[in-house]
Design a protein around this ligand. Structure first.
Ligand SMILES: Cc1ncc(COP(=O)(O)O)c(C=O)c1O
Length: 313
């Protein structure tokens, strides 16, 4: 369960955790008008460090732009506020949740007269699909729900409303005894998990659905692409037919929550040998070596929380 911290950041100042209320008639509550982020802060030998804070904050501002939400803070200000928030709450490894929402004022669908509110909270956080899942993999299903179609809800925006679709996928999987569901896009091709991007390995080559397949442009997805490049593992962004999932040698999820999690079965069909495959393991090791501070941060992914420095420098 969520463990409250002392402070939440609201429109440029810190307020008490218990004071972070919104009115029931706020636009966001009635019409789902929010964009948000989920960012991990890792505990490294040199102190807590935010993972790819610049990229996450940029995606937050991109999501807001798509929805014509004017955020009254610059990227650097938001990133700096996240750093201060973790310091104020004296956390090490944690999760940071910035959210930009349309607040209280008018009551119609047209949102432009409602104030824009920016909140950021953080809390202690462990592994999403479990420690064991990282080594053993998870059992998943293909969802009966289709991922949001192009030109309906924009998939490139990380908007609260998109997660009504994710909730359907996730609940169905849970009720049927699976750890997660994989949604197909409106053409029937593989899109992504309810909260993860997906990668398929066949004959040593890695495939992942392109951004046009209704996927969120995952920051971890991009990290996997960078790692594959640096490890000379061939990787292509391409349409993935559903049945490729069943005949793949390896399949894995990527995401802030899931990090890099192997998938060991899909619709009760065993993936490869049923064990974490060599390509997944190689990428996982390279990923964890950077975020655990064991390897040089050659991609500039980590921003120390306790040392003031320009974001991304
Ligand atoms: C629908 C969806 N896809 C993919 C991801 C993975 O994105 P990221 O690696 O930026 O966390 C997430 C997680 O935020 C998600 O909610």
């Amino acid at each position: 369960m969520l463990k409250p911290t002392k402070k939440i950041w609201h429109n440029g100042r810190f307020i008490d955790w218990d004071d972070a209320h919104v009115h029931v008639l706020s636009h966001v509550i009635n019409y789902g008008s929010s964009v948000f982020e989920g960012i991990r802060c890792y505990s490294t030998p040199s102190g807590p460090a935010l993972f790819r804070v610049r990229e996450h904050t940029r995606r937050l501002l991109d999501s807001a732009k798509i929805y014509r939400i004017e955020v009254p803070f610059a990227l650097e200000e938001l990133a700096e506020a996240m750093r201060e928030l973790i310091q104020v709450n004296k956390l090490e490894a944690c999760y940071v949740r910035p959210i930009v929402l349309r607040g209280y004022g008018d009551v119609g669908v047209l949102p432009i007269h409602n104030p824009v509110e920016v909140y950021m909270a953080c809390w202690e956080w462990g592994k999403y699909l479990g420690e064991e899942a990282l080594a053993q993999g998870v059992d998943v299903c293909v969802s009966s729900w289709t991922r949001i179609a192009p030109n309906t809800l924009p998939a490139l925006a990380k908007a609260g409303a998109n997660y009504m679709n994710s909730q359907l996928v996730r609940m169905e999987a849970e009720l049927n005894g699976y750890a997660e569901g994989i949604a197909l896009d409106n053409h029937g091709y593989v899109s992504e998990g309810s909260g993860e991007n997906i990668f398929v390995v066949r004959d040593g080559k890695v495939l992942t659905p392109p951004l046009g397949a209704s996927v969120l442009p995952g920051i971890t997805r991009d990290a996997v692409i960078q790692l594959a490049q640096s490890l000379d593992i061939p990787l292509v962004e391409t349409i993935v037919p559903r049945e490729m999932l069943y005949i793949a040698d390896e399949v894995f999820f990527s995401g802030t929550a899931a990090e890099i999690t192997p998938i060991r079965s899909i619709d009760k069909i065993v993936v490869g040998t049923g064990l974490r495959g060599p390509v997944t393991e190689k990428l996982q090791r390279a990923f964890f070596d950077v975020i655990d501070g064991k390897a040089l941060d050659r991609f500039g992914w980590l921003t120390p929380v306790n040392v003031q420095q320009p974001v991304g420098a």
